[in-house]
Design a protein around this ligand. Sequence first.
Ligand code: E4P
Length: 218
Amino acid sequence: MKFFIDTANLDQIRQANELGILDGVTTNPSLMAKEGIKGVAAIRQHYKDICNIVDGDVSAEVLSCDFESMIKEGEELAALDEKIVVKVPCTKDGIRAVKYFTDNGIRTNCTLIFSVGQALLAAKAGATYVSPFVGRLDDISSDGVALVAQIVDVFRTYGYETQVLAASIRSTQHIIQCLEVGADVATCPLNPILGLLNHPLTDRGLETFMKDAAKMNQ
Ligand code: E4P
């Protein structure tokens, strides 16, 4: 399973990248706004900065909702760097845009996926990735991981090449659950990724090893 970091924060992207396990980055308008990025020039420069840090796919989301504007915006974003994957919402115009981008060699991440039907339409339009939102489904007492499992199953049954990118990951446990159901990618904030490292027996074992190492160094 590939790991993407779900942030527009350059320090956190650098930290994850330094671990040597990072396969890409996803952003969305909320994450970009959180970093105080304003205006077209600043947005584009920020995507270029992210692409300069990471050796992998970088999802850049369109800010418009109608087909023509999404096409214009997506083409401009894709031209910034070959790592850019244009992120498009799963709407009627969005699916049309995914198909247009597919036909024109531009990779896409179809986002805001909350049902297997939406994932199916995105895959049929040729999306590179579909992003089911695990945490936001859990937030409304639904089962986000079950949706990931259902999409993985359908794509495998019918041979769709579209990758299942589990998004809206809120915890380390979500990462493990998405791994277990066969997600191709999990995009997560830095803390759940670092949480994978945590085990009290590792801490306790290391403490003992370091005490014994000190005895040998005396
Ligand atoms: C990523 O592609 C999504 O935009 C993101 O994971 C949404 O996460 P949230 O539900 O925690 O905002």
